[in-house]
Design a protein around this ligand. Sequence first.
Ligand SMILES: [Zn+2]
Length: 531
Amino acid sequence: MRRRALLALCTLGTTALSAQSYTTGDPVIRKLYEAGMQQSQVGRLLQVLSDSIGPRLTGSPGHKSGNEWLAKTYASWGIAATNPTYGTWKSWRRGVSHIDLIAPRVRSLEGMTLAWSAGTGGRDVEGDVVILPEVADSAAFVAWLPQARGKFVLISMLQPTCRPDDNWERYATAESFARMRAERTEATTAWNRRLQRTGYGTGLGTGSLGVRLEQAGVAGVVASRWSNGWGVQKVFDAQTSQVPSLDIGCEDYGLLFRLAANNQGPRLRVRAQADFLGELPVANTVATIPGTSKPDEYVMLSAHFDSWDGGSGTTDNGTGTVIMMEAMRLLKQFYPNPKRTILVGHWGGEEQGLNGSRAFAADRPEVVRGLQALFNQDNGTGRIVNFSSGGLTTAAGNVAQWIAGIPSELTRGITLNFPGSPAGGGSDHASFGCSGAPAFGLGALDWSYGTYTWHTQRDTYDKAVLDDLRNNATLVAMLVYLASEDPETVSRDRRVFDRGSAAGGTAGGPPQATAWPDCQQPLRDSKGYRR
Ligand SMILES: [Zn+2]
């Protein structure tokens, strides 16, 4: 403990990384440290991926060109890579879009079509803006529908404020903060009741409100899924297939809503381009450094490659992607003849249900059988600070030993949780852990991921924290090296679940699993997909 504390003090206030401070004599670890921390390529890779390739919606041309870029980049490092197709998905290309308020005054609005939304067929569509009415029941809603013809219908509640709560907490009196929250809670309850009384759900599919409005001949469906921070919106998929589904930012949506509520005649002009390219093949990218003495045992690096379409997919999951790429580049350079086979999986279709990784696990059972360890990262740009042994008891000892072999600069601040719990489905390690294979999720420091970047239109290159990514790539390279060299094959002994006490979770903690999760089948095409 004292030595670690001393090191922490020594590095405080300095930006240069000291090459003297690593604490291990292993020459491979030393080289990985030096190259990973001093000649990192994560920034260069992430800039290309975020800015030039852009978002990688499953099945889109961006996803496909991204797969090609991955394979080409690995080839340039002398690493064999392939893009195995695992199924098909509805291919959609976002085009140019403009959303303008044209009455009672002019303002170009901050908004966009949702993923897989229809466009406007190359023309401007104009229409008045109306609010989804408060009706007694579904019959009354259907009776109202003719009035919506040719209009843009607002289907989200009016937020009383587009300031995040921490701003209120800082500046408001306690009374006015409490009043705002009470008003918002009441408005939310009332709006949910309004939606419910239409008799249609707000999900995807034929019974959805969007589809019913579209059948009634509306000009477009307008929603606002505020992400509770300054200027951030969640941008998911469209409810409609013939007319545009739009998300408009909290402030501009509020403007439209108040104009309509006060009969001030809001009118929109929308022009949106979107191309539906059909049900097309969708692939993972898999790259391999073959093992020498134990080629049938595998150490895997794992991060999903697909993204939502509102931003650039930088922190979900461009950052996990480039960590794994950079770790592979380092391993190929300083550990080119690994004991066990090293594999990296860049998965498609994670956002629609872990489809790429589930398909890989189903298609490559020998890899799941021979898996020594898998390391997945998928929660943003921060330093890796959480690590569990995924519900495996004996494996905790192996993991602890790997961590102990890594310089403290990279491991201090990591909370180890042994044996932890197997992933239930939040990200791709669940596709492997479900069958009892040693699959570990690397948890990153928050950096306001949930509010500001996860599935938002602000998930862009500038949000990346390159120092943390360099740290993470070097850490992953070392974990893979140590897992590959481990004289033991990692045991699959599972923890026992105490059903009685674990069912509700510990006070204040996340809900605990009560049994080992079952493996799920992947969706191999988009026909059965309903979010
Ligand atoms: Zn993700």
